[in-house]
Structure formats: C-alpha cells, structure tokens
Design a binder for this molecule. Structure first.
Ligand code: ADP
Length: 620
C-alpha cells in the first residue's frame, strides 16, 4: 500500500472514530434537547408563577399593613380624647407615605374628624361604612374624589362598652402597587394584574384602573380567573393559547399572571438553543481533542511504520526517532538495531558482489582471449589444410615462369626469337608473377588476426575472389567444381578478412562433405535484398541429418575424425556474422546441402543485430 493510501486509510479511521462518537452524541443530544425543552418551559412558567407570587406577597403585605395601621388608629383613638383625634389621624397619614386620608365617621356616616381638610359630608352609602358600622372590618377599592386616583379604603369599627361608637377609615393610593405590577414584565407578552373579588381591575401595568380589560385574552383570563380556582390555568384566546397563574388573597382579591404559551415555548427553545449549541461545541471540541491526542499518541507508531516501509523500499538509512522506555520505544530501538545489521550485511554482500564481478570480468577476458586464440588457430588449421594445395598453386606458376624464362633464354641465345614473341613471353612471366603475388598476399591477409580490423566498404566479389584463390587448388585437386554467381557491383561494410574466413569455412565444410560423392560441386550465389546481401552456399551433398543440424553451430561439435575437424568452424562463422549484425542459417528445405548468410550493407553500431528481410527467410 503506498503512502497516500495509508494516510487516507488512517484519516478514514479517524473519521469513523469521530463519527462513531458524534452520532451517539447527536442522538443523545436530541434526547436531552427534548427533555430539556420541557424543563426550560417549566422554568419559564415558573417565572410566571414567581411573578405572581411576588405580587401576591406584596399585595398581601400592603393590605395587611393597611389593616395594621387601621387597627393601630382604632386603638389610639379609642384611648385618646376627642380633641386629639385630628392630630392622631394626621400623624398616621404622615407616618405612612402610602396613605392619603384617614377619618372618623359617626354612626350616621358623617366624618367627625379627618386628617385632611375635606368638607363635612356623609359616607353612609359606602360599603366599607356599612360593614364597619355593623362591627366588621372591610376594605374596598375606590376612586379618590379629591385626587381622582385609584385608591383603597379600609374601615373598622371602634367599640366602646361593647358597642360600635365610630367607624375609622384609612385610605391609601393604589399607585405603588400599580408601580410594582407595572415594573413586572415577563417576556414581551407576560404581565401581572390584580383584580378585586368582583373582577374589577385594581392594578394593571397599563394603569387601566377599574376599567374593562383591553384585550380579549385578558378579559377571558380575568373572567376565568375570577370564577375558577387558584393555580395554573391554560386557555385558548382568539390569538393563541395563554397560560395563567391565579392566587387569591384573603379578601377575595386575585393576582393573575399570564403569558402567551407560544412565547414560553419560544423562550424555552431559544434559551435551550444556546445551551445546546454550547454543549455541542464543547462535545465537538472534546472529540477533536480526543482525536488529536489519539493521533499524537499513535504518531510514534506511524513513524515506526514509515521507517519499516522505507527500509522495505531499500532505504537502508531509515531510522526511527522514537525515545522512551515503553513498548514502542523498545520496538524502535530493536528496529534501529536491525536496520544497522541489515546495512552491515548488505555492505558485506556488495563487497562480495564486487569481488565476484571483478572475477567474472577476468574470466570473461580470459574467455575472449581464448576465443581469439581458438579463432586464430582454427584459421591456421584451415591454412594448414590448404597448405598442400597452396604449394601446388604457387608451384604451377613457378614452373610456367621457369619454362617461359628458359624459352626466352634459348630464343635470345639462338637469335631466332622475334622481338614480338620475346615481349609475349615476358608478359606471360609478369602475369604469372602477379598471380603468385596475389596468392601470397591473400595468404598473408588471411593468416592475419582480423578480428580488430575496422569496418570498411568492400566489394563482395573481390572478397569472394580472394577466398577462392586460397582454396581453388584444394577443390580442383579433389575434383570439385566451384560455381560462383555474383554481381560485380555488390559491396558491403564489413571486416573483409572475417567475411573471407566465413566463406572459406563454408567452402571447406562443403568440400569435406562431398569429397566422396560422385557428383561434386559447390555453388556460391549472391543476391541483393535492398538493405541486405544474401550469400547462398550450396553443395552437392544431400543435406545434414537432424541430430547434427541441432548441434553443428555449437563450439567443438564435429562429426569429423580425430585430427580432421576442430568443431569450431560454424560457431566461429556464427560469431563473425552476428558481429556484423547478420544471420547464418542452415536451409533444411533446400534440395542439396545449403547455408544462407545474410549481411546488412551498412553497419549501425547503435542498433542490435539487424533482422534480415522476409526474403531471407523465403529462401528457407
Ligand atoms: P568441423 O568442420 O571442424 O567439424 P564445423 O563447426 O565447421 O566443424 O562443422 C560442424 C559439423 O557440421 C561438421 O562436423 C559436419 O558434420 C557438419 N557440416 C558442416 N558443414 C556441412 C556440410 N556442408 N555438409 C554436411 N555436413 C556439414
């Protein structure tokens, strides 16, 4: 697995880890969310309830306070002489900033004393007077005639000798209660109102004292709250559902706090949204931090894996930079030691390989040298074989020269030789000398080691002619007819001496093969195959048996008797031809024994041995 794939694999595992943490977290989160929504709704409802309770407590305290002052007044006035009544009433008003008037009524309902300077008048029609004159303490909301403000009057009986003698009245403004109620806001739709036992508004954030409620929901709420029990109330108005809390004071007054249900839900949801978002953020950060730490803690392992992979790829310098005494540290230490062992072993192996290489080169050089020697000795052996024929080849012209020279000498001595005949004889001697010279030159050239000769452009006919000069006599002596068909203009780039050796080997093999045949001939034909030249060497033999055919190109394979053949001829021919980027093959389909040699006209040193054209194979 390559590095990128490994990294992707690791990232995927981390992602799975993250997902496997996040998915349960999300499920858990949504469950918590639903649960929390209820809790938050309850919390906002609790606000509604608390506001209600606050107003309830305040109103109750205010009412109780009012009654306490009234009782105090009754007690004071009962024990004070009449002349001090006005003073006591004024002091009571001054000591309680909420009160604005107090008075003492006689049993006809007229004020006999009062804290302010209102005129003498009758209060007999007031409910509080009626109740108090009958011995009951009673409170009722009123609109102050003097101040034209919502107020609250409490009245109580003043007993003397077991009978009601006077009625004491204490009036306080409801402003402060309205202010408290007005200051209470629950969300945007929630508020608190105070109603009396008859359902009239006593305090309202919008100061609609003793008026009919402005909103349909409100009037519905007030109606329901007045009639229904205290506690939680849920009802549907024309513009949605409402939730209300109702609490009833001792005197029958009711504190009602109400709020739109959808707002409570909205508030619960939006407050939870933040809590939830922050929670999720914390969880996500925790997951990231966990993944980060997991990644960090596995980093040494990754480094180790990387180093192992590097080593596997052949980087022997691979090292793991992990310290520590834990398992990974120990593993890293072992790995580094193993890597250095491998390095050392490989260096030793390299050294041994270099030694072997040197040894192989030396052996190769020896083989090359031996081959050269063998080649040369094979050549010498060919020459040795031809020595008799060559001697004859030279002896014959020498005899001719000797005869012509004798004839010339005799003719000159007798004086009978005409100048023209003398010239003819001299010409014949010169021609014969040249022939000898040519044979000797050919012999010298052939006997030379031509393996390192340069490649030169040479005429194929002349190479053939030089070769034939060397073996013609040998063939003739054995009664073998040599036929040569070669266009004089064919030339090729080659080492002529080497090509000559190939041709000579083929001719000598043919000679050896057919010397006992009745019909003895050797035919050499040349053909131009565009970029190649084809040389076909056929003899009158009847082909080579399959067993011999398979091995005859191998070095030292011979079917000839001891001292007759070296078994190197054909293998040397093959080597030379392949060196010339050509091919030499035996043609099994020919009627007689036939070898085909293909040679490129131009040598290309960059190329591998050129494959001969199809026409070469067509010859097969
Ligand atoms: P050598 O001539 O020294 O035996 P070669 O490598 O030249 O070695 O030849 C190997 C063998 O191939 C010969 O011994 C012979 O059996 C066979 N051979 C080669 N040329 C011919 C041919 N023209 N006709 C029949 N057999 C041949």
């Amino acid at each position: 697995m390559n590095r990128r794939l490994q990294k992707r694999f690791r990232n995927r595992i981390l992602l799975y880890l993250l997902l496997s943490t996040l998915i349960p977290l999300c499920i858990w989160g949504s469950m918590v969310y639903t649960e929390s929504l209820g809790v938050h709704r309850a919390f906002f409802e609790k606000q509604l309830q608390l506001s209600n309770e606050v107003v309830f407590i305040q109103t109750d305290r205010w009412r109780a306070n009012n009654l306490a002052i009234l009782n105090f007044l009754i007690r004071e006035i009962r024990s004070a002489p009449e002349r001090r009544w006005n003073e006591i009433l004024q002091n009571a008003i001054l000591s309680d900033p909420g009160s604005y008037a107090s008075m003492i009524l006689n049993l006809d309902g007229f004020n006999v004393a009062r804290s302010d300077s209102s005129p003498f008048q009758s209060y007999a029609d007031r409910a509080y007077f009626k109740y108090a004159s009958r011995g009951q303490t009673y409170s009722e909301p009123v609109v102050s005639k003097t101040y034209q403000k919502p107020a609250f009057c409490s009245a109580g009986p003043m007993f003397r000798d077991g009978e009601v003698k006077n009625v004491i009245v204490l009036c306080s403004f409801l402003d402060r209660l309205s202010d408290t109620i007005g200051a209470i806001r629950i969300g945007t739709t929630g508020y608190v109102v105070l109603i009396d036992e008859k359902g009239r508004l006593l305090a309202h954030p919008q100061d609609s004292f003793l008026k009919t409620p402005a909103f349909a929901e409100e009037s519905l709420a007030l109606e329901k709250a007045r009639l229904g029990p205290s506690g939680r109330l849920e009802f549907d108005g024309p513009e949605g559902s409402y939730i209300a809390y109702v609490s009833t004071l001792q005197n029958g007054w009711r504190v009602i706090s109400l709020q739109s249900k959808s707002e409570i839900q909205h508030l619960a949801r939006s407050s939870l949204k933040w809590v939830f978002a922050i929670g999720m953020l914390i969880l996500f950060s925790l997951s990231i931090i966990t993944v980060f730490f997991v990644d960090r803690s596995t980093a040494p392992l990754h480094r180790l894996t990387k180093a192992v992979r590097e080593l596997g790829r052949g980087n022997l310098e691979a090292k793991v930079d992990v310290q520590g005494r834990d398992e990974i540290g120990l593993l890293a230490f072992t790995f580094n030691r193993m890597a250095s062992e491998i390095r050392r072993t490989i260096e030793e192996l390299k050294e041994k390989e270099a030694q072997l290489e040197r040894h192989r080169d030396e052996l190769h050089q020896k083989v090359v040298d031996q081959s050269q020697k063998l080649l040369y000795s094979s050549k010498m052996s060919s020459l040795g074989e031809m020595a008799g024929g060559l001697a004859h080849e030279i002896n014959n012209p020498l005899a001719i020269i000797s005869m012509r020279a004798q004839k010339l000498q005799d003719g000159l001595e007798s004086g009978k030789l005409k100048p023209q005949d003398a010239l003819e004889l001299a010409h014949q001697i010169e021609t014969t000398c040249l022939r000898i010279n040519k044979i000797v030159r050919g012999l010298r050239a052939f006997s030379r080691d031509g393996s390192r000769d340069p490649m030169i452009e040479e005429n194929l006919s002349s190479i053939l002619a030089d070769t034939i000069d060397l073996c013609a006599e040998s063939l003739r002596s054995k009664g073998i007819v040599l036929q040569v068909k070669c266009e004089p203009h064919l030339s090729l780039e080659c080492q002529p001496v080497q090509i000559s050796q190939v041709l000579l080997n083929l001719i000598m093999n043919a000679r050896d093969a057919i010397q006992n045949e009745k019909d003895k001939w050797i035919r050499i034909e040349c053909a131009d195959l565009m970029e190649h030249l084809l040389i076909r060497v056929t003899d009158s033999g009847h082909g080579i048996p399959a067993g011999t055919r398979d091995q005859m190109m191998l070095p030292f394979f011979t079917t000839k008797g001891v001292g007759e053949g070296t078994g190197l001829g054909l293998s040397i021919c093959k080597g030379i031809i392949e060196q010339h980027q050509g091919q030499i093959v035996y043609n099994p389909d020919a009627e007689n024994t036939q070898f085909l040699v293909s040679l490129p006209k131009r040598q290309n040193r960059k190329k591998k041995p050129a494959r001969p054209p199809e026409s070469f194979y067509e010859q097969l």
